[in-house]
Design a protein around this ligand. Sequence first.
Ligand code: FAD
Length: 540
Amino acid sequence: METFDYVIVGAGSAGSVLTNRLSEDAGTSICVLEAGPSDWHPYIHLPAGFIKTFHMKSINWAYQQEPGPWTGGRSIYAPRGKTLGGSSSINGHIYNRGQRQDFDTWAQYGNRGWGYQDVLPYFKRLEKRIGEGDDAYRGRDGNLTVTTMDWQDPLCEAFMAGAISLGIPRNPDYNGAIQEGVSYAQRTIKNGLRVSAATAFLHPARKRPNVHVRTHAHATSIIFEGKRAVGVRYIKGGKGGTPVEVRASKEVILAGGTYNSPQLLQLSGVGSPELLGSLGIEVRHALPGVGEGLQDHYAPRTVARVKNIKTINERRQGLSLAFEALKWATTRRGLLSLSPTMVYCFWHSGESTESSDLQLTFTPASYKEGVQGQLEDQPGMTIASWQQRPESRGYVHARSSNPFDPPIIQTNYLAEELDRRTIVAGMKLARRLMASSPLSPYYEYEDFPGPGVQTDDEFLAAATQRGTTTFHPGCTCRMGPADSKWAVVDDQLRVHGLQGLRVIDASIMPRMISANLNASTMMIADKASDLIRGKSVSMN
Ligand SMILES: Cc1cc2nc3c(=O)[nH]c(=O)nc-3n(C[C@H](O)[C@H](O)[C@H](O)COP(=O)(O)OP(=O)(O)OC[C@H]3O[C@@H](n4cnc5c(N)ncnc54)[C@H](O)[C@@H]3O)c2cc1C
């Protein structure tokens, strides 16, 4: 059996950063197992390819969630990247770290070294910020290029003027001292191409002889000797392929993401004894928190019909699209270089709310049924609005002992009353923004939820009918003290009660943050690489 110092399961946002950092030491050998293929597909790298990779099963786990009590009986689609770079290879490229209080709350949960001042140096070390930003907060020398949306659009400008007219200030850098305000989105795009965690971190590391990346390698269980993880079993070639085992002389690291890391623990006998018993899986180590606590952002999308100007909906049709393709090929700019969201707006739902609890995004485009993936034909613009720090929690459970069965995903969106109240406040603000006077030359009428919706109950009903995930699941292997009932890993990200095993990905977040999760997941991995190596960050 082949032996490496570290075996990492998953080459996604976290796995790519970890591989890069751990392999800096030429004497350390690393094997990375990735269930998906290499990231060769051109749609991964073309920013507007997002709309294609969204449903592309060859590189996307394409999960379906369970219907929840507040999703109108609907099963909500949950895409996840299944290729080098993981979800960072199919995501919407937005770079958003979250705010100070997010990480200070993690520390308050009993996690030493995870407050904002502790994690800020890692955010800085990772990035190469091009554009506005105070160097007290922004990094200029990292691998991850972060630029600002460079597509100036009259509708976007009118939206931002509308926000200002409602008292929401323009913020030059929402990843700086203060998050609140409105601005063009910051993105992981360089020269009109996506910067995934793989392009920024994994591919440079693969040039080192101590890095061994195996694609089409679906990990099926962790190999234990007593309470120590010593390796991983995987199926080469996926379902129906060849079983293979690799050993880790130092550590096994799970970086399979929020849905897959808890599933792999459960398949390996680590989890709630009741759940494992019901699946016929022998209990290796009872740890009831595995898979519990799932959180995500839930967003209804307010759509208005547009007049007097072209939106993206029409610009991607017929000859216009051919022109845009030529433009991208020659200048790397234009429609095909765009992200699904153009403008970001952070605001609060009530005067007494201390920090922004609402995130709103604006796009001069609209989707069929309000779901990303298929643009409408007639002119439209969309404001997605969501609560930044929801309280509702759900779970991820293995469906069976078969590693190729998709896990059961129940997010319980809007189960908590505060979440329902905040989502309604967000939709009302979205309506006010759409109807603001700077947008009036272009605003024709509100298509969804529509003028018939007026009361809070009607807004809530609309939210349950059309809300979707914003693709930010986290918190299913939460970091916390050993004596808490829910924690799966300690503040060094070691699995409680076991040796030689860590979980390092978005699943370890103890609580949802005020942001999309790619930036913070890479931060987690970067910090974890120092914890593993016994290093501390050196920053100037
Ligand atoms: C459609 C979409 C849009 C998004 N938009 C944004 C955005 O604009 N900005 C933002 O910040 N965030 C966004 N996100 C979220 C962000 O990309 C993720 O939160 C982040 O990438 C999660 O990183 P991770 O390392 O936890 O998991 P992932 O990046 O998903 O990596 C997990 C990897 O593990 C592999 N894997 C899983 N199980 C196994 C197994 N058993 N064996 C081997 N390999 C396995 C997977 O194939 C995958 O490559 C989006 C996500 C999606 C899906």
